[in-house]
Design a protein around this ligand. Structure first.
Ligand code: F0G
Length: 351
């Protein structure tokens, strides 16, 4: 019997590893590409969801982290550090356990989802809540890795991008070619950079005949790339992408321009609407930031920017269980019943 071996083994020839590299893996990648029926009907297109919440720690970060921790191990690092809005820290914490390393994480105080905090804690990371935002955490993490014996595993580490580009490979391998459009949420802008690298490498190697247009969406309160200036005090309910000064800003612009795409914003209201649509009509439970891609696609469709008949992939980046507060908020409380079939049937509207 065969199981998916993780992105390094599956795409070894396209990644910076050698035969002697000590691979640290949780068998990440190989995630489902799910046809989205309702979104397809709404847009007149063939829409697929790349469900990255199915990764071992529940987000796309695992693709980059298997590379970053593998490389850190190869270089003899005993400790790693990252700044995070939650998912990078959850992933770093888990992979550090596999590698027998210490993991330090810097998170913005009060602004990371409960599930992500729980992951960092249960994997035994050393957590500092910083009295600042993600951008402050990243500045601090860079400084610490420059001056102390600790390796930085944020996506400013280029091997993170190498790992994350494999998601584009998987999509082309599944569909037989690149889609017409690829839609992503944008925060620190590492992932849009990585997908674009993956698509262009496959096209250059003749595996795909073309590259998709890259469409990125930021949350309105945290949209520095759309505004063209740093946002000093970013805000959004989608805490994963609450970032005011993305590290990969210039690469995101390159992905946008070279692909003929665009980067726009979606409001928190639009994000939550897409979040609920995905859960209640597609059966796919994602965290709010992930729904920014779908919110963006729906906004673009309403603006007449989506010609029918195209093949579109939306990446949904993280699992809904990461941030259950938004699932429960505003939902009706379940009713309590006695152990009695007649009452249960009545309450369920069956009788
Ligand atoms: N979606 C989710 C669920 C994320 O956690 C992130 C980033 C993004 C989208 C945006 O990806 O930064 O590559 O543009 N999370 C980082 C973290 C910042 O610390 O977990 P990006």
């Amino acid at each position: 019997t065969h199981q998916w071996r993780g992105i390094i083994e599956e795409y070894r020839d396209r990644l910076p590893v050698s035969d002697s590299t000590p691979v640290v893996t949780l068998r990440e990648g190989g995630t489902p590409l799910v046809p989205a029926q309702v979104l397809s009907e709404r847009t007149g297109c063939e829409v697929h969801l790349k469900v990255e919440g199915a990764n071992p720690t529940g987000s796309f970060k695992d693709r980059g982290m298997t590379m970053a921790i593998t490389r850190a191990k190869e270089e003899g690092a005993q400790a790693v550090i990252c700044a995070s809005t939650g998912n990078t820290s959850a992933s770093a914490a888990a992979y550090a356990v596999r590698a027998g390393m210490v993991c330090a994480v810097l998170v913005p105080q009060g602004k990371i989802a409960l599930g992500k905090m729980g992951q960092a804690l249960v994997h035994g990371a050393k957590i500092l809540q910083v009295d600042g935002n993600f951008d402050d955490c990243l500045t601090l993490a860079r400084g610490l890795s420059d001056n102390y014996p600790v390796a930085l595993v944020n996506s400013v580490n280029p091997v993170r991008i190498e790992g994350q580009k494999t998601a584009a490979f998987e999509i082309v391998d599944m569909l037989g070619d690149a889609p017409d459009i690829h839609v992503l949420p944008v925060g620190n802008a590492g992932n849009i950079t990585a997908y674009w690298k993956g698509y262009t490498e496959y096209a250059a190697g003749g595996v795909a005949t073309r590259t998709p247009r890259m469409w990125g969406f930021q949350a309105s309160g945290s949209a520095p790339i759309v505004r063209g200036e740093v946002v000093k005090d970013p805000s959004t309910i989608a805490t994963a992408i609450r970032i005011g000064n993305p590290a990969s800003w210039q690469y995101a612009l390159a992905a946008r321009d070279e692909s003929g795409g665009f980067i726009d914003e979606v409001t928190d209201r639009e994000i939550l609407r897409a979040y609920r649509l995905l859960a209640s009509q597609e059966g796919v439970f994602v965290e709010p930031a992930s729904a920014a891609s779908v919110a963006g696609l729906l906004k673009a469709a309403e603006q007449g920017k989506v010609d029918p008949g195209q093949r579109i992939v939306c990446t949904v980046t993280g699992n809904g269980l990461k941030d259950p507060d938004w699932a429960v908020a505003g939902a009706p409380q379940p009713v309590t019943v006695p152990v009695d079939a007649a009452t249960a049937a009545e309450r369920l509207g069956l009788a």
